[in-house]
Design a protein around this ligand. Structure first.
Ligand SMILES: O=C[C@H](O)[C@H](O)[C@H](O)COP(=O)(O)O
Length: 280
């Protein structure tokens, strides 16, 4: 089942960007590990962050149907979804899946699991993308890219009819930038200091500290041969749409980790259970 080209998302019109998304909680499922009331308490308390990530990932795979073209996300949460898809293909529950990986890492994992793969050039119309996030705000706008895969993720997820984001509850923030951890920006290598300075001084992200991401004693290089500047905020970004627009207008900035108006469904696994939130 391949989505028609018209079904792929296009950037939201400027007028709708500042409107708060309507987000509804569609369902709340107690954790799968709960078997009895007594057991439930014991299990929930014992769940690690990785187990919560797996809960969210497995729930997202319920959206996968045979015949779909899938965007395969990157990161520790998405890896659980990729593994699950591989296993369901192996045991015959799923058939005729084609995966479009969002990083070399995910390509290697999916290939190892025997998932048939294609590039975005070969499969530009994706039915469903499943991926993790670093921060999720109440509108289901997210920060992505702490694993360095933001550019390919954004390309694949923009080309997807539906984007299901999977997180554990530690990723929830009141406003993007609020975790006081990195908001990544992918930049060209050429004169990177010039762009780092410009990012640091950009009024729309005022007050941030910009740092070149390192890999040991060398700059970190993305799958696309670019560098990453991580922006650290003391307070949440005031207007994420304005910040995104400002960065998109800068020469040498390839892309940024603000994924706005993109997530259709967010699956959040917490100690109490798994919550499914939908953007309407
Ligand atoms: O570049 C990495 C991706 O955007 C990841 O989806 C994101 O960093 C979340 O990763 P994790 O699931 O490992 O927390």
């Amino acid at each position: 089942m391949v989505a028609p080209a018209a079904a792929c998302r296009s950037p939201a019109p400027a007028s709708s960007l500042r409107r708060a998304a309507m987000v509804v909680t569609r369902s709340f499922t107690p954790l799968r590990l709960r078997r009895s009331r007594r057991g439930a308490l014991a299990c929930a308390a014992a769940l690690t962050q990785d187990e919560l990530k797996k809960e969210a990932a497995w729930k997202a795979v319920d959206y996968v149907e045979s015949g779909m073209v899938l965007g395969l996300g990157t990161g520790s949460t998405a890896a659980f979804a990729v593994e699950r898809i591989g296993n369901l293909l192996k045991d015959g529950t799923l058939k005729d899946i084609v995966g479009v990986p969002t990083s070399v890492r995910t390509y290697e994992q999916a290939k190892g699991l025997g998932i048939p793969l294609a590039t975005l050039d070969e499969q530009p119309n994706i039915d469903l993308a499943i991926d993790g996030a670093d921060e999720v705000d109440p509108n289901l706008d997210v920060v992505k890219g702490r694993g360095g895969a933001l550019l390919r993720e954004k390309m694949v997820e923009m080309a997807s009819k539906k984007f299901v984001c999977i997180v554990d509850e530690t990723k929830l923030v009141a406003g993007l930038g609020g975790s006081q951890d990195a908001m990544p920006v992918e930049i060209v290598q050429f004169c990177w200091k010039y762009n780092l300075q410009r990012l640091q001084n950009l009024p729309e992200v005022s007050g941030c500290e910009a740092k070149l991401r390192m890999d040991g004693d060398k700059p970190y290089v993305t799958d696309n041969s670019n560098y990453i500047v991580d922006l650290y905020f003391k307070n949440p970004i005031k207007d994420a749409h304005a910040a995104a627009k400002a960065m998109e207008g800068m020469e040498g900035i390839v892309d940024h980790g603000l994924f706005l108006d993109m997530v259709d469904v967010c699956i959040i696994a917490g100690k109490g259970g798994v919550e499914v939130k939908e953007r309407k």
